[in-house]
Design a protein around this ligand. Sequence first.
Ligand SMILES: NC(=O)C1=CN([C@@H]2O[C@H](COP(=O)(O)OP(=O)(O)OC[C@H]3O[C@@H](n4cnc5c(N)ncnc54)[C@H](O)[C@@H]3O)[C@@H](O)[C@H]2O)C=CC1
Ligand SMILES: O=C(O)[C@H]1O[C@H](OP(=O)(O)OP(=O)(O)OC[C@H]2O[C@@H](n3ccc(=O)[nH]c3=O)[C@H](O)[C@@H]2O)[C@H](O)[C@@H](O)[C@@H]1O
Length: 717
Amino acid sequence: MGDVFDEFTPVYSNPPGGDGLHIEQASRHPQFDPLSYHGSIRFPPPRPHYQVPPNSLVDASTEASDAGVSHMSHKEVKKIACIGAGYVGGPTCAVIAYKNPSIQVTIVDQNTERIEAWNSTKLPIYEPGLDHIVFTARDGIVAPLDHNLTSGKPMTVQLASTMNGGTLITGLDGHDELCPRPLDLGHAPNLFFTTDMSSAIADADLIFICVNTPTKDSGIGKDYACDLKYFESAARKIAEIAVSDKIIVEKSTVPCKTAQSMRELLEANCNPGVRFEVLSNPEFLSEGSAVSDLLNPDRVLIGSDSSSTGVSAAASLSDVYSWVPRNRIISMNLWSCELSKLAANALLAQRISSINSLSAICEATGANINEVSYACGLDRRIGPHMLKAGVGFGGSCFKKDILSLVYLAESLHLSEVADYWKSVVAMNEYQKCRFTRRITHCLFDTLTGKKITILGFSYKKDTGDTRETPAVTLVRNIFAEKCKISIYDPKASEQQIWLQLAEDGGKLEKLKSRITIHHDIYEACEGADAIVVATEWDEFSNKAITPRGPSAWTPSSILRGVSANGNRSHTPTNQIPQGETFSRVAPTPTIAILGGSGTPSRLPASIDSVISRNHSPTLNPKHSAKGSHSYAPSRGRQDSLASTLSTGSTNDHLDTIGEENKTNRLDWGRVALGMRKPMFVFDGRGILDVDKLEKLGFRVEAIGIPGVRYQPAQEFE
Ligand SMILES: NC(=O)C1=CN([C@@H]2O[C@H](COP(=O)(O)OP(=O)(O)OC[C@H]3O[C@@H](n4cnc5c(N)ncnc54)[C@H](O)[C@@H]3O)[C@@H](O)[C@H]2O)C=CC1
Ligand SMILES: O=C(O)[C@H]1O[C@H](OP(=O)(O)OP(=O)(O)OC[C@H]2O[C@@H](n3ccc(=O)[nH]c3=O)[C@H](O)[C@@H]2O)[C@H](O)[C@@H](O)[C@@H]1O
């Protein structure tokens, strides 16, 4: 994310009340719109026909004069509460705390177990780099102060603060010492996790709402509309508790116009004299790269109404994103902001469905989807991201958000629009079922009694999240063929997998009679008739690690093993066009931590230094000499590092993988020894080097590439 941003940063400037929108390149226009706050970008107020209806809470009489907005004073946010400690609330507010040591951030959730996990050394969600962020902000980090003091004497620090360009330090014995230089003060704990909603709300200046907004499963809008029950209950709680003014921030993904209902709810239920300002601030992080997305976002959208208080609240929120370049903070009207989130997800998912539709044509014609995707992605207007064909998109948001958009379109009587977006979801379902049919067909049209091993259950790599994972559809479909199924995933827990399968409608007892979940990948593969790769975990791949996930391509990964007519060939690596690089996507922190092949440029320097600090006993706070600190040492940092750095078996056949990347990789040679013949591998994620596996005796069927056995044309005759 973000690498092309600077080149194309749009500057939106408009004279107040004007009707033109001018987009120019920031580099040519260093002056931002006068409405902006400190260089952030602000859209003008909505034009009359975009004004919200008369019952709207946007009060024209309170609209700020355009000239006044940029100079308006705004409140400094000192305390933040976040309702919802999930995949968004946890990482987002942890990064906010990490980046703003002076702001106290409290994350609340009604789920006691989740909060306990956030307060432990084993966080409830897996995200590369998250442990460091949470442990630093939650537990504090010790600055190596002892050798910086003027007196040179070690002292146990009770308090340290900056003063006159230097640092005033108070020892535990009450003794003060002024060091003339600024010192690294470390990070005092400023991140708290609790179930105590009342005090978190009461204390906060600004409250993020990060609760789940799933698809409704009954009533009006069933299977399409967004269920706002959690959102409403959070709003009611805020209204009930708050006795001082608050800025309320919609972080959850919600339908367009939710802010209006939100404000009505708050105003109808609030304590006397309390005022709320509602902002929209949707989150664009992707799971698996949440930390790097949050540290380096493409953009931060802030939607407010155009009243003076609305604009002032937006400025306060903008300050919370202290680490984000100002020209990436975009202020706009509330409804655009809410809709932009749904629109972005719909557009991303639409690209995946488009490429998946083309993968079916490739399989039927002899074209190769990887080549097609690569060729199209080189067009700057198309770009390389989100064009990786696979078994279908999963995750808690794409489907949900498209369905919410469909519902919105239908509510507006725009049935053609609704049908258009519905087809994106329909294509995804088709892709998942198409893949299962291919598996069954290749295995001689019967799976009865056979053992099928599913590698990967999370909906994508680098997360343990299994919501809407394509693996569920695969398991459901092949289970119906009466086979035995073994599942292995590096991060999705056994409990989570069963829960997901049961939610899909399966009866646990019946499922357990033929499904086994393994913790050992070789055990999972032993005696299998076929292996199905359902998630693109690096661990399963026999290729060099690609920079990041499914959307990053290298010419070598595309060209190797495939001839110009789409059939497999043994194209040597040295036939790759010289001097061509295609690493536009940053490596995940995990790769960098493992010393992977990608350049670790996106790994924040501070994370980097802490990682090396943990390797050095003299710098690790736990082991540092003299114990000159008052903060509790980070509880889980060593554990997490140990697990990140643990190594697996050797993979001698993986000659394309750098030495450092051979750790933790599946040894396909060893797998081959234990499988039943013929040994089938179905690559649902395009992560396998087909040539290499074929040399080991596997028959590989990959999405978007014509198969050895699979003859899709027969299917359509
Ligand atoms: N997961 C993702 O990658 C992204 C999700 N989003 C959006 O963010 C929102 C949250 O998503 P996730 O974090 O994935 O959901 P989640 O299900 O992981 O977390 C939501 C949390 O809110 C808590 N909660 C619900 N109602 C509550 C209440 N009244 N009081 C206190 N706690 C309450 C739940 O116990 C749960 O822990 C959704 O609207 C989603 O569409 C946006 C961008 C990315
Ligand atoms: O609102 C949300 O929840 C988030 O949804 C997505 O993020 P996420 O679902 O975490 O992950 P993606 O990387 O977008 O992948 C989604 C699914 O599409 C699949 N995918 C992705 C990219 C691709 O080229 N091909 C492909 O099949 C992935 O394997 C995965 O199953 C968006 O990318 C985020 O910007 C957004 O904030």
